[in-house]
Design a protein. Structure first.
Length: 195
């Protein structure tokens, strides 16, 4: 009887430890994905049945209605280009050039994966707002307040709260599908903090 209780205790401890590790990995969200490109993270086969189980679980929790990678490629950034966590007490400049996709957008999210409520009603910046000339060299700011230049694009975030950015590239070119870790993706540079 004692031996049986010992086995049951070992099984219970194993299940608790395994469940705890699985929950921790899933809660770490998109930053747990295995392909990195600067501050951006993604995985192969997001939105398809070919994705591994961990990727499928993360996308089920955070990537609602993810399209297959032939339709869209998703990248997530929870850190800036220097590896520091994105923080709503700071302003950042996101800069990039032409992306090998028909259309792209960058959207700010709270760590729970939902849009950040704001009075401006601005949630993302995309290639549709850029002229053909601007596609080769563009930038916008992300932070709790709009910066001084009135023509600059800006995504507001909650003051003093962590946030994440998601880059979506729709109808990606072959170079993006084949070499996701080597295509030049936007940089996320810290400008200033107000603490």
């Amino acid at each position: 009887m004692l031996r049986l209780l010992g086995y049951l205790l070992c099984i219970a401890l194993g299940l608790a430890a395994g469940g705890g590790v699985a929950a921790w990995q899933l809660r770490s969200g998109m930053s747990a994905l295995d392909i990195s490109n600067g501050p951006w993270r993604t995985a192969q086969h997001v939105g398809t049945r070919d994705a591994d189980m961990r990727t499928r679980a993360i996308i089920a929790l955070r990537g609602l209605l993810a399209l297959p990678d032939s339709e869209a490629v998703y990248y997530n950034a929870a850190f800036d280009s220097d590896g520091e966590p994105l923080n709503g007490a700071c302003h950042y400049r996101v800069s990039g050039g032409r992306l090998p996709a028909r259309w792209w957008s960058v959207t700010a999210y709270a760590p729970d994966g939902y849009l950040i409520s704001n009075r401006s009603g601005i949630y993302s910046v995309g290639s549709g707002a850029l002229s053909e000339e601007q596609q080769d060299d563009w930038s916008f700011t992300v932070g709790p307040h709009a910066l001084a230049h009135p023509d600059e694009k800006w995504i507001p975030v909650a003051e003093n709260q962590p946030f994440e950015l998601t880059l979506r590239a729709y109808h990606p070119g072959e170079e993006l599908l084949d070499a996701r870790d080597s295509v030049a993706l936007p940089t996320i540079i810290l400008l200033e903090c107000f603490e």
